[in-house]
Design a protein around this ligand. Structure first.
Ligand SMILES: [Fe+2]
Length: 304
């Protein structure tokens, strides 16, 4: 009984905190864009686009992707590709959605290749503060021939973590008839304060239809090596299922409570925002499982 009441109180506390955070974001999202003088011209342009449209392509090309034959890599069930991508655990067969997803080892060289100071500053500027890596980077493969069902991602939705930024790196070309993402540009400007964000909810769907009729839908397709960043926590997006797609997926969180990495992070001394400690995240299965069961367990909450 006591446990039940405690849980109810915690849940109420969390709900209030989420709404407060949405209120703060309502203000932050609509702040006027300012250039960051420490960023290159290309990255400032990117930051501007991200703030205006909620989605943009990063001006980065990763040399190691050129050498990667992802189809052979996946079919051969290899655990590593020349240290570029190392998989944490052997991945299983595609599920009924035709999906394979595998966590990537943090020591994969592609991670250090991607995370330059510019990218760090871009994300920091978008949030206006430091941020967290939400979960382990993932190799995501969509295989059409194994797909028996489509996931609910086919409905327009926002992701769980408020203002979550996601990065997707294409490991093979993504054509219009491939599985790809659609994003309603500028929809990240919406505040979801006091609104249901359940994708099947009548009012939410009504809002989606309104947005679709007023705003441009962006199809996230492109060439092998293209890298996109988008606000998946506030902007409406959905999956269109089609031919095979191969990508790497990263998520960032604005608040510690959304992050599922190194639980001892705060205990580390001499943290310096610019020193890339943020990237030294550790993927912890226990934390992930706990968070899956109850993302807001009290001990995991540390509001930043
Ligand atoms: Fe999503």
């Amino acid at each position: 009984m006591f446990y039940f009441i405690k849980k109810k109180i915690i849940n109420l506390y969390i709900k209030i905190r989420i709404q407060i955070n949405r209120f703060i974001n309502f203000y932050l999202i609509n702040l006027k864009f300012k250039n960051d003088e420490n960023l290159s011209i290309e990255f400032n342009k990117c930051l501007q686009e991200l703030k205006i449209n909620g989605i943009t392509k990063l001006p980065i090309k990763l040399d190691s992707i050129d050498q990667l034959n992802i189809k052979e890599f996946v079919e051969g069930k290899q655990m590593s590709f020349k240290d570029v991508i190392k998989i944490k655990n052997p991945y299983s067969k595609p599920d009924k959605f035709g999906k394979i997803s595998a966590s990537i080892d943090v020591n994969s060289s592609i991670i250090s290749e991607l995370f330059t100071k510019d990218l760090f500053r871009l994300i920091k500027n978008y949030y206006g503060k430091t941020f967290w890596v939400r979960n382990a980077p993932t190799l995501l493969v969509d295989l059409k021939k194994y797909r028996l069902e489509e996931k609910s991602q086919k409905l327009f939705h926002i992701d769980f973590a408020e203002r979550q930024l996601s990065i997707m790196i294409f490991l093979a070309d993504v054509e219009k008839n491939s599985t790809h993402m659609e994003y309603i540009k500028k929809s990240q400007k919406n505040s979801w304060i006091f609104k249901s964000v359940v994708r099947e909810n009548y009012n939410f769907k009504k809002k989606v239809n309104e947005e679709m009729s007023k705003k441009e839908i962006f199809k996230m397709v492109g060439k092998k090596g293209d890298i996109y960043i988008f606000d998946a926590g506030n902007g409406l997006h959905r999956a269109i299922y089609g031919d095979d797609r191969y990508l790497l997926h990263f998520n960032f969180a604005q608040m510690r409570s959304y992050a599922e990495f190194d639980t001892n992070f705060e205990k580390k001394k001499n943290l310096d925002n610019e020193s890339f400690y943020h990237w030294n995240f550790i993927y912890n299965e226990d934390v992930k499982n706990k968070l899956k069961l109850n993302s807001f367990e009290e001990k995991n909450i540390k509001w930043s």
